[in-house]
Ligand binder design. Sequence first.
Ligand code: PMP
Length: 423
Amino acid sequence: MNRTKDAALRERALKVIPHGMYGHQSVRILPAGFPQFFEKAEGAHVWDVDGNRYLDFMCAYGPNLLGYKDERVDAAARAQAEIGDVMTGPSPLMVELAETMVEMVDHADWAMFCKNGTDATTMAMSSARAQTGKRIVLVAKGAYHGAAPWCTPIPAGTVPEDRAHLKGYDYNDVASLEAAVAEAGDDLAAIFASPFKHDAFIDQEAPEPAYARRARELCDETGAMLIVDEVRAGFRLARGSSWTQLGVQPDLSAWGKCFANGHPISALLGSNRCREGAGSIYATGSFWLSAVPMAAAIETLRIIRESDYLEQSERLGTRLREGLDAAAKKHGFTLRQSGPVQMPQIMFADDADFSVGYAWTQEMLARGFYLHPWHNMFLCAAMTESDIEDTIAAADDAFAALAGKLDEIPPHPLMTAMAAASA
Ligand code: PMP
């Protein structure tokens, strides 16, 4: 594949951007050949700067729910852009959007809007502390809640005091949660949970109902706030709160990524139990109230309510999982596929350093399919049955290319080091 323009941009970037790129969209720990820079996106596809087209299973790491450049959503955004976007105060859309989300999400009595998932999770944490007057916040070990000092997975630039009152428990492990709550004593402000365990590098886990219910009870017993971080999985598992199907309602939930189909907006929703706390924190940002993403969100939420996007992604995801499994087996590979089918995690058995996963995703990339070796992926509603059949056929071809060559695959040094560190 031609990578001339990507290589030239990386060289220029190195001079004017630290490391040339930062954060989770950096391809520094992806297999060689993954493009860093993209030119355009449409429907279920992205094009890199060298003009290579990929069926995109990362969906911008989540924001693409209905398809890139969805005409219904973008027309609503354009119409609002003609009238006003960032202004001295919010547009009426803020109230309409809050009403819409409160209507759709069972536990929500109110909404506040911001830009990124980290804004919403950080506001959730502060609101819980403000409401309870307590300090300790429990998070599942290994869970990602954002890039602020209190929760970043990479401690560079933070001090221990930033997370002095952040304590860990094991997801789905009631005894571990109870022990962490007991240790917090009378200083527990909140328990964070993600809708399912969607950590990178590991098999994904559905929430055990007993764990979710116990988290609720412990919050009720102690006065702490239960917070579900819906930033990644929100509206991909349900048309409302992800834990409603478990019969558990949180006090606060953080939303982001996909509810405006790629337009920049996130939200903190909450029940009346935390209304005073949320209202008392200083929450603001220059661009938080911009009207264009709110128009996009209102239209996206209408489509979420009225279309079969969810059932379609489940149907296609199920076919993808079965097809990949069969293709892998045919060539002597065993896949570890986990997570909801519409948010698949695909790894290989006996592949601690991810070298087989790296080699396979490289083969898929060369065939025009953008997959990830260790992060959960996403299906979008613009994907078709033939896209999925094409993916399975390409996978079959990629497995065939790799079979018999496993001894020649070099371990990836960074991944080897990380696998050893987490073992
Ligand atoms: N929480 C979860 C579960 C996430 O997946 C993410 C982003 N990957 C965040 C919070 C932070 O969101 P953002 O990158 O928009 O700040």
